[in-house]
Design a protein around this ligand. Structure first.
Ligand SMILES: *Cc1c(COP(=O)(O)O)cnc(C)c1O
Length: 392
């Protein structure tokens, strides 16, 4: 007989999913009701307001797409891009490459502006590309590159795009709830995020938001959106105001309870406080990791607090160390992605996982395991440095 699945209690300090707050798991287990039930519809309306707060936007079209971050990405591209369009993509890691895939599958041309992995996107390169491609309609880039831990200056990039008549698509999957993000002030026209990174919710939903200019473009398309499921002209009918709501697809009801709870938690803490918490614990983790001899690959000014990429010491077996951490400490840290595979560890400090006890666990476990595999480390000194960063 096959029996129920009971996963272990892990500490998730990788690139996502992050530790889920128990309040969110509890919310998810509440009774399922109909997705057109008036009380459910009321919850959805409230969620829209909570998402507007999280994104710092007044955008009316602010909703969770019923699928993970990758579907949020696809929602932005298939709705804003038409066959024959030109889209400038600034790439500094894995996720920019996925944007290119999206653009090409829309029948459009992607102009790639490449920056070295581990650095921010360079606005000067974007400006040169905008001048060289006056036919471009859209600029896309990642705010927080989870593959490297680099942060890009969104406002400067958006200002340049607008000065050249382009709309902007921004990937905020890892930034939402973890670092400063202001959709309206920064001029973002289309943004997508995820639930399982700094919102500390279960994976599977993608909050998105579209500016009035983006909505106007969507409503005036020459061609139908290639995806029926992600066509916002249809989805808007479902997420529209109260009585007008029409069946489009069955909302993932319990997953939406979870996201609602995650957003209530964010509101209770306060956005600025959440950003400050990520910065504080990053500083303590940094002190510990650097004392263990692990160096950050991203220059300090562009570093994300919620995703810490450090070089793996020479001669150390990446998979062996991560395996010991998982098996002996129930601690998950991330491997390198793409060209960074085998070269870096990605240590996440996202949402509910971004806590002092996790930072201390991580520094002490890494110190012990690195010593065990033969690296000359002073684990005691690393712990002292971490505590000292907390003022102790
Ligand atoms: C995780 C992530 C995605 C993809 O999100 P999924 O929920 O895994 O589909 C996209 N962009 C960035 C920057 C991410 O970190």
């Amino acid at each position: 007989m096959t029996s129920s699945f009971h996963p272990p209690q892990r500490t998730l300090m990788g690139p996502g999913p992050s530790d889920v707050n128990p309040r969110i798991l509890e919310a998810m287990s509440r009774p399922t009701i109909g997705h057109l039930d008036p009380l459910f519809v009321q919850m959805m309306d409230e969620m829209k307001g909570l998402l507007q707060y999280a994104f710092q936007t007044k955008n009316e079209l602010t909703i969770p797409v019923s699928a993970p971050g990758s579907a949020g990405m696809e929602t932005c591209f298939v709705n804003l891009v038409e066959p024959g369009d030109t889209v400038i993509i600034c790439q500094n890691g894995v996720f920019g490459g996925r944007m290119k895939e999206n653009v090409e599958r829309c029948g459009a041309t992607a102009i790639m502006v490449e920056d070295e992995w581990g650095t921010a996107c360079d606005p000067a390169k974007l400006e040169a590309a905008l001048k060289a491609h006056p036919e471009a309609t859209t600029v896309a880039f990642v705010h927080a590159e989870t593959s490297t831990g680099a942060s890009t200056d969104v406002k400067t990039m958006c200002d340049l795009a607008h000065a050249h008549g382009c709309l902007t698509i921004v990937d905020a999957v890892t930034s939402l709830g973890g670092t400063e993000l202001r959709v309206d002030d920064w001029g973002i026209d289309a943004i997508y995020s995820g639930t399982q990174k700094c919102l500390s919710c279960t994976p599977g939903l993608s909050p998105v938001s579209f500016s009035p200019a983006a909505v106007e473009r969507i409503q005036n398309r020459k061609t139908k959106v290639q995806s029926w499921f992600l066509d916002l002209n249809l989805v808007m009918g479902y997420w529209g105001q109260g009585a007008k709501r029409a069946y489009h697809h069955t909302a993932p009801i319990n997953a939406l309870y979870a996201l609602h709870e995650a957003l209530v938690l964010l509101k209770e803490e306060g956005l600025e406080n959440a950003w400050a918490r990520h910065a504080k614990h990053h500083n303590a983790l940094k002190a510990g990791l650097e004392t263990l001899g692990l160096s950050f690959i991203v220059p300090e000014a562009d570093r994300l607090p919620q995703l810490n990429s450090v070089s793996i010491p020479d001669g150390v077996d990446d998979a062996q160390v991560r395996g010991i951490l998982l098996n002996d400490y129930n601690l998950e840290i991330g491997a390198g992605l793409g060209v960074m595979a085998g070269k870096v560890w990605r240590i996440g400090l996202m949402g509910y996982a971004c806590r002092k006890d996790n930072v201390l666990t991580c520094v002490s476990a890494l110190g012990e395991v690195l010593g065990r595999v033969g690296v000359d480390v002073d684990a005691k000194k690393a712990m002292a440095a971490t505590l000292s960063a907390y003022g102790e």
